[in-house]
Design a protein around this ligand. Structure first.
Ligand SMILES: [Fe+2]
Length: 403
């Protein structure tokens, strides 16, 4: 993210001697993306950021993925998953492919272990709850409706001040605002639905003392995604100053200014972020289409190149009325299959001028498999709700707007 920030003490020239009051040198670390060819920050540590005294296997939560075969739309009821887990090790894999994984966890109030994701950036949507995320670069406060964006390899831990419902989008790449929102130098343009003022990064350093501190590292090998528990000789939160354009930040969904039109606007106007082979959009309370004959809910659509995941987080989603989908639900509408509103939702939307609905959407360009957490809370009747009947003849027809 090309917005420069400086926190704490940094020397006037990079790569020069920077000493504490007793004359000891701070250790400079460059944390940079794409080798040395993209955004980076320079961190000044009291200790040695490479000093580990142990490295052991960390057994990850179940990462099993089951293909969506035979192909059908899915409804997953995330609120049926267990509660009182920690924000890192308690994540249940709901959906995933080789580009992105979606996990869900409901925390208690205990802090998570120290953790970093060495595979890609994380964008964690806070469905509900509040607390802080302590990071090597400083502390972020989080609250309901925040996206918490944590760059790859940023050591951090979650410290909930109340139980928190977290929807974790873990990329195998970086996650950033869409390029079309930005000038060629990276400033948000006038047509973007949010801007720099809405992004909240650390404002102070966060230095802690300690020895033999464990950090869980999620990373990749040729055998797939694995975990390692590294023990650091001194506390990894020992940065007295940093500057640069690479840092964690939050963005609240209420600061997104929806774009609306005379007739139905397609999902790209609702985009928030992009990663490699996927996008994140949000559908928020808004005035809707004002043509006198407009149909406010979407037309049926076949996203021939993508799978579409909607997470229903607020209000009453107009296009899914009659589907059984409610708050905390996920719908997966896969590529190769046309989807749209349940028929009764179209009639019900005519003449409506405001949608009181909130949903977070992830569209992927590669098919999504089902994780064990997703399969555990599936509503098997959903696929038949447009027809009103399915192979079980008489199963409950369930019915939600934009996607
Ligand atoms: Fe859709």
């Amino acid at each position: 993210m090309a917005h420069y920030r400086a926190v704490g003490e940094v020397p006037s020239k990079r790569h020069t001697q920077h000493r504490d009051p007793d004359g000891h040198l701070y250790r400079e670390e460059l944390m940079g993306e794409e080798g040395f060819s993209s955004d980076s920050s320079l961190l000044y540590h009291r200790g040695v950021p490479s000093a580990i005294v142990a490295s052991e296997v960390w057994e990850l939560p179940d990462q099993t993925r089951t293909p969506n075969h035979p192909l059908k739309p899915r409804h997953l009821k995330l609120h049926d998953l267990a509660t009182d887990k920690d924000a890192v090790t308690g994540r249940r894999l709901v959906l995933g492919n080789n580009d992105v994984r979606i996990g869900y966890v409901v925390t208690g109030v205990d802090p998570s272990p120290y953790y970093r994701n060495a595979i890609g950036d994380e964008c964690v949507y806070v469905e509900a709850g509040s607390g802080t995320v302590e990071t090597v670069l400083g502390v972020l406060s989080y609250r309901t409706g925040d996206y918490v964006v944590i760059p790859r390899a940023t050591t951090h831990r979650w410290v909930p001040s109340e139980p928190s419902q977290l929807y974790a989008i873990e990329a195998n790449s970086h996650i950033a605002p869409p390029k079309r929102y930005l000038s060629r130098f990276g400033q948000f343009l006038e047509h973007a639905p949010y801007c720099e003022r809405d992004l909240h990064g650390p404002t102070e350093t966060f230095v802690r003392d300690g020895e033999d501190v464990e950090v869980l590292v999620k990373h990749r090998t040729s055998a797939g995604i694995v975990g390692t528990r590294m023990t650091y000789a001194t506390h990894p939160f020992d940065v007295v100053g940093w500057d640069g354009c690479l840092y964690p930040y939050t963005f609240n969904i209420d600061d997104y200014m929806p774009i609306t039109g005379k007739v139905h606007q397609p999902p790209p106007v609702h985009q928030v972020f992009e990663g490699h082979n996927f996008v994140v959009c949000n559908f928020l309370p808004r005035k809707v289409d004002y043509h006198e004959l407009a149909i406010p809910v979407p037309y049926y659509h076949s996203n021939v190149d993508s799978d579409e995941v909607m997470f229903y987080v607020g209000g009453d989603y107009e296009a899914r009325k009659g589907s059984g989908i409610g708050l905390g639900s996920i719908s997966l509408h896969p590529g190769g299959y046309a989807h749209g509103p349940q028929p009764s939702a179209i009639e019900a939307s005519l003449g409506v001028d405001y949608f009181e609905e909130s949903a977070v959407m992830v569209d992927t360009f590669a098919p999504l498999d089902l994780g064990e957490g997703g399969l555990a809370v599936e509503d098997p009747a959903y696929a038949w709700t447009w027809a009103g009947r399915g192979p079980d003849a008489g199963g409950d027809a369930a019915v939600f707007s934009n996607s």
